[in-house]
Ligand binder design. Structure first.
Ligand code: ADP
Length: 269
């Protein structure tokens, strides 16, 4: 019996009318309790995250019907905010769907052989306009030959996009996000040929105490700032699940004021 665990206790009398004593069974239900708690927290978080933009939307609708009815400038401004809030809800729901899909698939291994180099190049290409708008240069160091992994190309694209998007969002002050791909013949983590992708920014970074919790759903270093940047708090949780599904490893490193490195390591096919 441990002090930190939760037990279910069942006592049954022995013999006729319990005259021969009693059997008491303790079963450790800590894990079940914990899962229940995690599920309750998750539902509470989702509700809260959806409720905030919804409350804003309802408030603005009210204002548009009343005081701002005949004020064209105010109407335009409010519609802009409403669009932003609706887009936030949209992103949140998309991320929730992605997360539940990759969690459900975690036990299945992806079957296709895909070129990770091409995936990274295309993902970065798609984000160039976003980077440009934020004043960030994306530097790419990728081997010219194909780098094959056993993988799901949409999911690997999402991993790279989430990491590079974060680099642009939180690393803008550094002006550059570098994406580097390195091959190794014997990656220790899976005792075979591997490929590592590092997404490096020179932005604000964060205290490494946060690292173990960053892949939890809705965990953010700075709640207010992340929301302001349009974040859902689910990006790194999605990355972790996809990388696990690909038998890979995900590592985070950061120095406050200097920047961060997010690395994924995958076995090569
Ligand atoms: P979000 O949608 O809030 O960006 P993520 O799961 O992608 O959610 O990231 C979780 C948190 O990790 C962010 O809120 C932010 O605090 C921190 N973070 C992620 N990437 C970076 C980065 N490149 N630099 C600094 N902080 C980061």
């Amino acid at each position: 019996i441990s002090r930190d665990a939760t037990y279910e206790v069942i006592a049954s009398p022995l013999g006729t009318r319990g005259s021969e004593g009693v059997v008491v069974a303790f079963s450790d239900i800590s894990e079940r309790e914990q899962m229940g708690q995690i599920r309750r927290d998750f539902v509470a978080n989702v509700s809260h995250e959806l409720k905030t933009p919804l409350t804003a939307l309802l408030g603005f609708i009210e204002t548009l019907r009343g005081p701002a009815r005949n004020d064209a400038a105010a109407r335009e401004r409010f519609l802009e905010i409403m669009e932003r809030e609706a887009m936030r809800m949209n992103r949140l729901v998309s991320d929730l769907l992605s997360l539940s899909r990759v969690e459900a698939e975690e036990r299945m291994r992806p079957e296709s052989r895909v070129d990770l180099g091409a995936i990274v190049r295309a993902a970065v290409q798609a984000l160039r306009p976003v980077a440009q708008e934020a004043g960030v240069e994306i530097a790419l160091n990728i081997p010219s030959e194909p780098v094959f992994v056993q993988g799901d190309s949409d999911q690997l694209t999402q991993v790279i996009q989430n990491l590079v998007e974060n680099g642009i969002k939180y690393g803008a002050s550094g002006g550059e996000v570098r994406v580097m791909m390195t091959l190794s013949d014997r990656e220790l983590a899976f005792r075979g040929p591997g490929v590592r992708v590092d997404v490096i920014d020179r932005g604000e970074g964060f205290d490494p105490v946060h690292i173990p919790r960053l892949t939890e759903r809705f965990y953010r270093v700075d709640n207010h700032r992340s929301r302001e940047m349009g974040g859902t708090g689910l990006g790194l949780a999605i990355v972790k699940h996809i990388v696990n599904r690909h038998r890979g490893r995900f590592r985070i490193d950061s120095t406050p004021g200097e920047g961060s490195i997010f690395s994924i390591m995958l076995p090569r096919a």
